[in-house]
Design a protein around this ligand. Structure first.
Ligand SMILES: Nc1ncnc2c1ncn2[C@@H]1O[C@H](COP(=O)(O)OP(=O)(O)O)[C@@H](O)[C@H]1O
Ligand SMILES: [Mg+2]
Length: 409
């Protein structure tokens, strides 16, 4: 408890500094302090057992956040807006300008002032940039790729093909062991279909925006509908859609999940606006069954095949000189059970080896201009592979496969 109090006091101290700076018209610095105070209070509230204190902390956190936002806007800067992530298009502007004559049917959905503010928050917390990953960056995975093409890429590129009974999937769940390319796949899909993309990391949605996360989620879907066709990607969905009564579910989390269910329902029932929700999880069995049902299409993203592994070795050593002992086929054959991210870790070690050797021998600090970096060799890979073992166990894979057999994918 004393520890908690220390956090609370630290937040109040930050807030007082912010107020002081604010008074002295040092708005940028004040905004930073308000923001830190607000985040600290949200963190505090998350673990605070005393409900009154918790409510107070959240209340204060909101106030400070608002003030930070106002100050940042005043100085014509936005809070952590990712570059190019201003959210969509000119539609938004006309929306601000319009009032009485709502002819455009896009206007049906009103955005309130509060939501306008939240929209700004969305611009700041949810990545809306078009990802740079393409299909070519994803090795193997022909089945998941094809499934995603049918589910997302084609309906968005050719809506005319998806009429009548041929309806696009609205909810797609990518599941499988960690490090096998779910996030990568989602990004590539978003890039390929070229629609508005919202990437929300569910864990931070919960922790950072405690108290506000429901509203944020609601606004996220609203904005996505306004900007349709669009794709929402919710990574690590298990953190907001856990099973009922799975222990750590508080009232806030339950409400957030309910909100999510409602939004998913809305996405399904609106036929004219194509909003697709793609989610990913390493823990499919922890997901509430009602949420699972909303994801009509489930796609298993498992360990890479031997061809996939060969390609990942290739991708992860691109642009680095290799001698002719390097044999990706042999490496792929020797890495059964390794995930894509295991292989990427191996490659990062390997490509660093020649540089490390030079550094250790002191030649990088000699001031010698003619530094020759040796090419990487097969034995580098073999040496590194002695130390880097697969992260995912056979038992875990079995659990995923059993789940897949039961739920599809
Ligand atoms: N099929 C693949 N092709 C290329 N790289 C991969 C593949 N699978 C995994 N990787 C590598 O592993 C990293 C982690 O993958 P990620 O998409 O985050 O996995 P997940 O979301 O399933 O946990 C990627 O950034 C990439 O470097
Ligand atoms: Mg991931």
């Amino acid at each position: 408890m004393t520890n908690d109090n220390a956090i609370f006091n630290a937040a109040i101290k930050m807030a007082n500094q912010a107020i002081e700076l604010d008074r002295n018209k040092q708005f940028d610095a004040a905004a930073d302090k308000y923001l830190s105070a607000s985040e600290t209070l949200y963190d505090f509230a998350k673990f605070c057992k005393n409900s009154k204190l918790k409510a107070l902390a959240i209340d204060k956190a909101k106030q400070y956040f608002k003030r930070a936002e106002l100050l940042t806007n005043m100085s014509k800067k936005k809070i952590k807006v990712p570059s190019g992530g201003k959210g969509p298009s000119s539609k938004k502007r006309t929306k601000d300008e319009r009032d009485e004559n709502k002819t455009d049917d896009e206007e049906q959905e009103e955005i309130t002032d509060e939501e306008k503010e939240l929209r700004k928050v969305i611009d700041g917390t949810i990545i809306t940039e078009r990802p740079k990953e393409t299909w070519d960056d994803v090795a193997g995975m022909e089945i998941p790729k094809q499934a995603i093409r049918e589910a997302v890429v084609l309906p968005m590129a050719h809506p005319e093909l998806f009429t009548g009974a041929r309806k696009p999937w609205r909810g797609i769940l990518l599941f499988g062991p960690p490090g096998c390319g779910k996030t990568l796949l989602a990004k590539a899909a978003a890039n390929e279909c070229g629609v508005k993309f919202f990437a929300a990391d569910s864990a931070s949605l919960v922790s950072k925006w405690l108290g506000e996360s429901e509203k944020l989620l609601k606004t996220l879907f609203k904005v996505a509908r306004l900007d349709a066709p669009s794709l929402i990607f919710m990574d690590e969905i298990d953190s907001i859609a856990g099973k009922r009564g799975s222990g750590n579910e508080g009232g806030g989390e339950r409400r957030l999940k309910t909100q999510f269910l409602q939004e998913m329902q809305g996405v399904k029932s609106e036929s004219d606006k194509l909003v697709t929700v793609m989610a990913a999880t390493n823990l499919p069995w922890q997901i509430d069954s009602a949420v699972l049902r909303r994801f009509e299409k489930k796609i298993y993203v498992g360990l890479p095949s031997i061809e996939g592994r060969e390609k990942i070795f290739e991708l992860c050593t691109k642009g680095v000189e290799k001698d002719d002992t390097v044999d990706f086929k042999a490496l792929a054959a020797a890495t059964e059970g390794y995930s894509g991210s295991d292989i990427s870790t191996i490659c990062r070690e390997v490509v660093m080896l020649p540089v490390r050797e030079l550094d250790v021998s002191g030649r990088l600090t000699d001031g010698d201009d003619t530094i020759n970096v040796r090419p990487i060799r097969q034995e580098d890979f073999l040496n590194v592979m002695k130390f880097i073992k697969p992260v995912v166990s056979k038992e875990e894979i079995k659990r995923f496969e059993e789940w897949r057999d039961e739920y599809g994918g």
